[in-house]
Design a protein around this ligand. Structure first.
Ligand code: 5AD
Length: 421
């Protein structure tokens, strides 16, 4: 690793990556763990060399598998010429018009959609390689003061038992994830309630003294002052979906709230220095395809480090109880089109998409996505964090989720980047 000012250049099997050094001070030549563009831990040379030696062979073997699975041949193909022209342009990273993006999003199931997925997967490998982010999420409280029409932890759900994990409990869950399971990046999420900000700031301050981990916060719209406080405590990422970029649809689903304000808050966070994880809901009742395209472009314009787009899933205790969820293919096409629009962002396969279909994680990773998030919430609380019903993995201990994730990633030739010793 080389250091210049507050930036380190890390060499990972020949790939050069830069990482900032303001969380951990480092010297030239040292071995480090980098995460989300930040150095989060120094690793002693003998340990680092042992890790790299065991990884090396697997790493190249995985890359071979990935190359095999992401091959693409568009030349001399018969079939929909308009589609081929658009995909060709995407492969050259030339911009696509809104009409073209909508055309892709509207493709019927079958061969043409498959070709879109393959193109997205090809671009993912070409620009991002075979690494796959595996972040953990801890849902620290389901107390929420908002009335979002789709959400099962909103004020609409009067019968739900509400919880707030104590600082000690959160710290314990963080320790379990980081020390027990090797997570390097964690999201702390809650419903919107003022009380959690102080707790989260304190937990991050304490955890950072003892553990190598990059924290993302996801506490709703908390205001710039709270964002600054959390940044000072050491948080470096914000997960805040704008949900839908359509002002009319947003206002209809979030009484008394405006999407402009939410987007302003995301911009303010980026200004403070936060990495931005954002996106929207796919298939909301009344949502048009053009609105989904606008959402993808909004995430790109916000320079999202990670796109987080998941399907709307009806919850029985909300005003949208009777509405239909979208088709799995629409959600997958949203990920693929996102990849065509942004070749460098991380794209997440959300738990929502996995809840819609149990094969969706694999399908999403083969349609341009390169990130997953595992649930590191203590199991007793997980079941109370019912944003939608029957969430995937709610009953699986973290160790089992990790095993299955690693198994899937290996079968696809992907290397988990944020998990391990
Ligand atoms: N279906 C899918 N996603 C939902 N969320 C909340 N309710 C639902 C639902 N019914 C998502 C929102 C929020 C995230 C934490 O959970 O997009 O940002």
């Amino acid at each position: 690793m080389k250091v210049s000012g507050s930036t380190a250049t890390v060499d990972y099997f020949g790939e050069k990556k830069t990482a900032r050094t303001d969380l951990v001070a480092v010297a030239e030549g040292e071995y480090v763990y980098a995460q989300g563009g930040y150095v989060i831990q120094k690793v002693a040379a003998p340990a680092a060399e042992a890790i790299l030696a065991t990884w090396k062979e697997t790493f190249f073997h995985l890359q071979d598998t990935d190359v095999r699975l992401s091959r693409l041949a568009l030349k001399d193909r018969k079939g929909n010429q308009q589609l081929l022209r658009i995909l060709d342009r995407a492969l050259e990273r030339r911009p696509l018009s809104v009409e073209e993006l909508l055309f892709l999003l509207d493709l019927p199931d079958g061969q043409e959609t498959e070709l879109l997925f393959r193109t997205a997967n090809f671009l993912r490998r070409k620009y991002l390689g075979n690494s796959c982010c595996v972040h953990g999420i801890i849902e620290i409280s389901n107390v929420c003061s908002r009335a979002c029409a789709y959400c099962g932890i909103s004020v609409h759900n009067r019968g739900l038992r509400r919880y707030r994990m104590s600082r000690q409990e959160i710290l314990e869950a963080v320790r379990e994830a980081v020390v027990g399971h090797g997570f390097k990046a964690l999201v702390l999420q809650s419903g919107e309630n003022d009380a959690v900000v102080e707790d989260v700031a304190s937990v991050i301050t304490q955890a950072r003294k003892k553990m190598p981990v990059l924290f993302f916060v996801s506490l709703g719209e908390i205001g710039t002052q709270a964002l600054r406080e959390l940044y000072r405590a050491g948080a470096r990422g914000l997960l805040l979906r704008f949900e839908t970029s359509s002002p009319a649809l947003y206002a209809a689903l979030h009484p008394g709230c405006a999407v402009e304000r939410r987007i302003e808050e995301i911009r303010a966070a980026a200004e403070i220095g936060y990495l931005i994880l954002t996106g929207g809901l796919i298939g909301l009742p009344g949502q048009a395809g053009t609105e989904i395209v606008a959402d993808i472009l909004t995430a790109r314009d916000l320079k999202a480090e990670m796109f987080s787009f998941g399907p709307f899933l009806p919850h029985p205790e909300t005003p949208l109880a009777g509405a239909q969820p979208p088709a799995e293919s629409l959600a997958l096409k949203t990920l693929a089109v996102s990849r065509l629009v942004d070749t460098h962002a991380k794209i997440l396969v959300t738990t929502g998409l996995e809840t819609l279909s149990c094969s969706a994680r694999r399908a999403g990773l083969l349609a341009g996505a390169n990130s997953v998030m595992l649930n590191a919430t203590p199991e007793e609380y997980r079941r109370l964090y019912t944003i939608y019903p029957n969430r995937a993995h709610d009953e699986e201990p973290l160790s089992r989720q990790i095993e299955e994730t690693i198994f899937l990633l290996q079968s696809l030739g992907r290397a988990p980047t944020d998990l391990g010793v």
